[in-house]
Design a protein around this ligand. Structure first.
Ligand SMILES: [Zn+2]
Ligand SMILES: [Zn+2]
Length: 195
């Protein structure tokens, strides 16, 4: 299934996200921009094993990205790096190249200039983000991303058990402290406090 029409992507995004919003339109445009720059015609189908996507924010736009790319967290093809930015990096594993696409801060102002008659900001931005050229919406940079074999979809390695909590750890996420094999939580990276 090669790239679909934008209307079709909008329909799928609304279904997956629960509503259609300016963030969805922006996310779809951002993902389409990325896969086109990589020359992928069928990212969710024939090219799906070529693509790994890093997203930098957990907002509306994030949900739209897998609609185009097919990259999902549970398939290890979607990586979340919480930088709080509407940006994503699309990595082509076959060609060994990657492109980072980030939303320009000026796009909201541009939407206001284009459609001052639309009072509702979300509606105004939705309309504008459908029509604006990529160059008005995004900053594009070619980058290098080091992706280790343990980060790739399909990687298999024996699970190890944390010497402290006993929980299983996959994908070489264990660390060694004073000769003991620990999970990252027990090694001090815990994001929660046991009660
Ligand atoms: Zn939304
Ligand atoms: Zn542990």
């Amino acid at each position: 299934m090669p790239l679909k029409s934008f209307e079709e992507y909008e329909r799928l995004a609304a279904e997956a996200h629960g509503h259609l919003c300016a963030g969805q339109i922006l996310g779809l445009r951002l993902a389409l921009c990325g896969v086109r720059l990589l020359g992928m015609e069928d990212p969710a189908g024939a090219d799906r094993k070529r693509l790994v996507t890093f997203v930098e924010i957990d907002r509306c736009a994030t949900d739209a990205i897998p609609i185009v790319t097919g990259c999902r967290l549970g398939k290890r093809a979607l990586k979340f790096r919480d930088f709080g930015k509407v940006a994503a990096t699309f990595c082509d594993l076959r060609e060994d190249r990657a492109v980072r696409v980030s939303a320009l801060e000026t796009s909201r102002d541009r939407a206001r200039q284009l459609y001052p008659e639309i009072a509702n900001k979300n509606q105004q931005q939705m309309r504008a983000y459908r029509e604006m050229p990529d160059t008005d919406l995004f900053r594009i940079e070619w980058v290098r991303v080091a992706i280790g074999p343990q980060d790739l979809p399909g990687y298999t390695a024996p699970r190890v058990l944390c010497a402290q909590c006993g929980e299983g750890i996959s994908f070489q996420r264990e660390v060694t402290r004073a000769g003991r094999v620990l999970c990252r939580a027990c090694a001090g990276e815990r994001y929660y406090e046991p009660l």
